[in-house]
Unconditional design. Structure first.
Length: 98
């Protein structure tokens, strides 16, 4: 299981991973932060990005905040790093733990 820090930007014009900010993976979401809509979109986007199923992605802390701690099961550190590098993101700038 991999854990990483994610900073979300709700109500963005285009969803996707947009780099890093202060050690967190920056994720833009179209959904508003109402009734868990942005969290659901975040889980789906991370699952698709890292090639796993939704049930393997969980928000461990920060459900009601922009800064979240997310756990992704079923992927290894090398897979995470290769996906981030394919997106042009230096994995050294993201708080990642096992």
């Amino acid at each position: 299981m991999i854990r990483l820090t994610v900073r979300v930007i709700p109500r963005a014009s285009r969803p996707g991973i947009g780099g890093t900010r202060d050690g967190a993976l920056l994720v833009r979401l179209q959904s508003p932060p109402v009734e868990g809509a942005a969290n659901e979109e975040l889980i789906g986007l991370l699952a698709r990005t890292f090639g796993t199923v939704r049930r393997n992605v969980a928000i461990e802390s920060g459900e009601r905040f922009k800064l979240k701690r997310v756990a992704i099961d079923g992927i290894g550190g090398h897979q995470l790093q290769s996906v981030l590098e394919s997106l042009g993101i230096d994995s050294g700038n993201v708080n990642i733990s096992s």
